[in-house]
Design a protein around this ligand. Sequence first.
Ligand code: EPU
Length: 335
Amino acid sequence: MHILHNYSLKSLNTFGLDSLAKQFIILNNVSQLETIATILHNNNLNYFVLGGGSNVILPPLYNGYVIHNCLYGIEMLNQDDNFYYVNVRAGENWDNFVAITLNNKWYGLENLSLIPGTVGATPIQNIGAYGVEVKDFIASVEVFDLQDNCIKHISNSECQFSYRHSIFKTTNRFIVISVVFKLLIQAKLVTSYGDLATKLATITNFTASDLRQAVISIRQQKLPDPKIIGNVGSFFHNPILENFQVMQLKQLYPNLPVYPLDNNRSKVSAGWLIDNLGLKGFKLGNVGVYAKQALVLVNYAAATQNEIINFATMIQDKVYQQYQIQLNIEPIIMR
Ligand code: EPU
């Protein structure tokens, strides 16, 4: 197994940050995992697993091991009355996989089209878009447990999924090897999300593939292409508030978009809160709020991790001063 030193991660993170990994390993075979575990244990080293780099804010120098997950393969396992079970290795590109599901008439993931990153990252933050979360289509996740030195299968309920959260965010002991998806044999299209409903209203008898195209078109209009301008998608979570707080806010801000979560709580739109402060397009040095979607921060040139964090803190402070709501940062900040 090859260990590379002082390896540049610039082209491997969608924010386009200049970052060096002290040590860098390409994981392209499951048989490497035991050796990797031994290296990390023996030296008690920092490490993290890098997939598509679309949800991380990297430091100029990462003083530890970066394990680049390049495990590939898609395999249909079996089917029952309602679902196809498909095993997908962690390094596969997410959107390529979504396209493959539709070509095969495996349904459910169409609303999650064009989300950047790899399959292995999707359970970690339970990706979601346009009324669908990936948790509803995950049967289990195969991991290497660096603590117990063996492969394990984590069931959907053991993953403890919630909004942009899972067990994988609370511990560093697991390296995702593959995800088993359970995909619908009969399409059940989710079309309730505002933007999507408007777009689909213009098409008669739309299919899952039409829905995918509609999602792609909305995302292309609203979200910056990381190949052109560095970003990690939404920079903050949509805050979850008690319904009585939401009602108070709605009196002051009747246009605030609200998404009910359960009987007591709702999500409110962080993008709207930032936009309402007039910050769309606001720029300071190399970092800015994207002009078409206030929840996205962008790297205009050679931003550093510190610059981005300082800018994000300023946004959090302004939002807190105005609404007394604390915004949480969505991407993982590597130190
Ligand atoms: N809005 C504004 N101004 C803005 C941004 C949004 O008024 O600058 C309003 C919109 O008009 C809309 C509402 O806020 O009424 C929601 O906006 P949008 O549909 O763009 O979604 P979002 O809440 O900002 C979330 C996810 C996105 C996902 C979209 C669509 C989070 C943190 N983000 O964004 O996920 O694509 O919904 O479902 O939950 C990501 O996680 O990186 C991501 C892009």
